[in-house]
Design a protein around this ligand. Structure first.
Ligand SMILES: NC(=O)c1ccc[n+]([C@@H]2O[C@H](COP(=O)([O-])OP(=O)(O)OC[C@H]3O[C@@H](n4cnc5c(N)ncnc54)[C@H](O)[C@@H]3O)[C@@H](O)[C@H]2O)c1
Length: 303
């Protein structure tokens, strides 16, 4: 419940979860070892899913401390707690950012991920190494899921698609970092939130067995979309959600250093393991996001 972005949005999600009788919320910091150990001791869970982390690549450039606290110390505490209170399966969020500036696509789990280009990515790669060691030493079945750009209703306001929607309703320009080069536009995998949820649900029931008790899977859409196609689709969906006619005001900026032409996931391993891969098309996912956004913020159309 940190205030990296609007806590109201987090409270709204929490209220929805509280509707489930079996849901229990404990407010705490995973960097607090006693708290984490105490929770596992009290509830003795079969399965632990850790999604808590300081997210965001850009924020990590200026705020490294919090990444070490939450993503390294915090994740270490989760591992320690799973060591003390044996769990059937630990599932945790890794990230496509571990692939750094790799050029070979699609990204495969066997690719070299030794050159993360941000501290955020380095913490996620470290989580994979730490989980691997704990699985090996203490026989904790663990699975890391490398999420590829997740979007959807109630998503993260710091992410581009959400920020674009905010700008749209404020009548402000959006910045697009592609040099205005549509022919050689960037390709990205955009993964709808429900597909991530389904992937997690399925993987819970497939803890690694045998000698290799730690596994890592990509979970991405496997259908790269041109950045401009994504933006045009979002524009159409926002217009449809508001029955409006206004369009994005677009500012084309130089590509950012380190931006790679294409990033998308090979999902063969995931499909082999759980018989599923994310497939929600952006037209559907972005419409659901737009409809939710309009309803949540009670916005009608562009000013
Ligand atoms: N959204 C994406 O595109 C994406 C891509 C790759 C990986 N991930 C990973 O997926 C996971 C979920 O990300 P998200 O996009 O939902 O981000 P999010 O920021 O909405 O969710 C992370 C949550 O963790 C909480 N948190 C942070 N530090 C904590 C701490 N020390 N103790 C307890 N809670 C803490 C935050 O308050 C936040 O609510 C993260 O591990 C993130 O790194 C997300």
């Amino acid at each position: 419940m940190n205030d990296y972005y609007d806590v109201e949005l987090k409270n709204t999600r929490l209220e929805l979860l509280k509707a489930y009788e079996s849901f229990k919320f404990v407010k705490g910091d995973i960097a607090d070892k006693d708290m984490v150990m105490g929770l596992l001791e009290e509830y003795k869970p079969d399965v632990v899913i850790n999604l808590a982390a300081q997210a965001g690549v850009r924020y990590s450039i200026e705020n490294p401390d919090v990444y070490i606290q939450s993503n390294i110390i915090g994740f270490y505490n989760i591992l320690e707690a799973c060591r003390s209170h044996a769990v059937r399966h630990l599932v945790y969020a890794s990230s496509s950012s571990v692939y750094g500036a790799n050029k070979k696509v699609p990204f495969e789990e066997i690719d070299c991920v030794d050159h993360p280009v941000s501290l955020y990515a380095a913490t996620k790669k470290s989580n994979e190494l730490m989980a691997d060691t704990y699985s090996h030493l203490y026989k904790i079945p663990a699975t890391g899921l490398r999420f590829f750009t997740v979007y959807g209703p109630m998503g993260r306001p710091d992410m581009a698609y959400y920020n674009f929607a905010q700008k749209y309703f404020a009548g402000e320009p959006i910045q697009i970092f592609n040099d205005g080069d549509f022919e050689h536009d960037l390709y990205r995998d955009f993964t709808y939130i429900d597909d991530i949820v389904e992937g997690i649900e399925r993987i819970i029931h497939h803890p690694p067995e045998g000698t290799a008790l730690h596994k890592v899977y990509n979970i991405g859409n496997n259908k790269p979309v041109k950045l401009m196609t994504f933006i045009d689709t979002l524009e159409k969906c926002l217009m449809k959600a508001t029955a409006g006619v206004a369009q994005f005001i677009k500012l084309y900026e130089p590509m950012k250093p380190g931006d790679v032409p294409a990033t998308y996931a090979s999902t063969d391993l995931l499909q082999e393991a759980v018989g599923f891969k994310p497939e929600t098309p952006i037209e559907e996912g972005l419409q659901r996001f737009s409809d939710w956004y309009v309803n949540y913020y009670k916005v009608k159309s562009q000013p």
